[in-house]
Design a protein around this ligand. Sequence first.
Ligand code: ADP
Length: 465
Amino acid sequence: MLRSRILRRLLATHVLVVLVVLSVSAGLLLGDSPGNAVLAFGVAGLAGLIASALAAVWSAWRWCGPVARLTDAARTWTRSPVNRPLPIQSRDEIGILTAAFNDMGQNIADAIARMHQELEQLRAVFRSMAEGVVVIDGEQRILFLNEAGSRMLNVPLEGSEGKRLWEMVRHRQLLEAVEVVFRDGHQRCELDWPGPEPKVFSLHGTRLPGEPLQGAVLVLHDITHVRRLERVRQDFVANVSHELKTPLAAIKATVETLLDGAIEDPEHNVRFLQRVHENAERLHFLVQDLLTLSRIESGEERIEAVPLAVAGVIESCVSRQIDRAKAKHLTLRQEPPQEPILANADEEALAQILDNLVDNAIKYTPSGGTITLRWSAQDGWAVIEVADTGVGIPEKDLGRIFERFYRVDKARSRELGGTGLGLSIVKHLVQALGGSVHATSQLGVGSTFTVRLPLAESSSLVVTV
Ligand code: ADP
């Protein structure tokens, strides 16, 4: 019936104490005055009651100690995980409760350790992410910020937790987006990020579940590169269309004039036909350059880098260009080094690089000028220079002349039959050979284009681009 050990013990102790006190006091009183039994039992009962009360106090004191210890432990465990189990001092309910407490404490400690481990894993994942992650609470206090997020928003990683987002980042678009996330639950938008190197971020914000407002997770992705590529592609399409449109329109107009009767005009018909021919040539060169560029960029062009005598390639280039130079009264000269130089290069690619550079030098050098080709070996590189005494390139344009369709003077370039792609082809070919190209110039004095190619080692090498 009584399944509780404590209750059984308490009851037994009480009954025993009361019986002992009752019988002892009754025996003593009856022994002194056996006639007055009622008084004797009354006094014995009173003594029994007092004994019972004392026994109750003792029991309370005896059982309260362990319960108080358990209460203390429970309070401590809510603040920090269990590190030492409580001693089990009895096999009664208190002992069983203490053992259950120890189990519970151990489970809590295990669960907390597991949570810490998972949190560390999660932090490691966030740390290695290229995307910036910012977690804020409902009052825009930063709860978590990963490395990429700190870099993107220019917010220090240390010490930013707990600070309001608007205190750390003064960016109107971002703060407006956060308001929308709080209001609508999510938001996707692009942020223009100003700075020495302006950036474009895509933002994906989601409100954290729960009411009242718990906060939001903001994920930032740097899409500057994607946007730049898109712009380059759009510019390229616009440029190609424009470059094709002009000669096509000229051909169309001239042919229409011829058809309208100019063909019968012996004085002008040949001139009209020459104009058609010139524009058709321009289209031809443009398409040729575009195809070359696209073959190099797509990797279709196979470039075999082999040890190559630079002098031989320069000699051939000069013999191809000398007539054009002479026609313009230009001096085309070579300054060879003392020792022959072997570059690791593809003959056809190097010939095209030199042809483009010398062709430009001829185009942009006024009559009477000089074009010099010199080459040498420097720090493991074969360095080839094409220097002219031409019109020169303004400082502000120097950094852009290797871009597709970039021209300093559009009208002059077109007049001279330029496509605006020559230097871009040079840059791509040089890079495909593992080298570099750069230009220096002084307006009205001349320009020098310097190509660096790896010096040849004994073995030959095949590169596919
Ligand atoms: P283009 O077909 O117009 O010559 P390029 O890509 O070869 O196109 O050159 C780009 C621009 O760089 C030219 O339009 C010209 O303004 C400038 N440039 C190139 N080479 C020279 C040079 N040797 N002297 C002066 N300007 C040059």
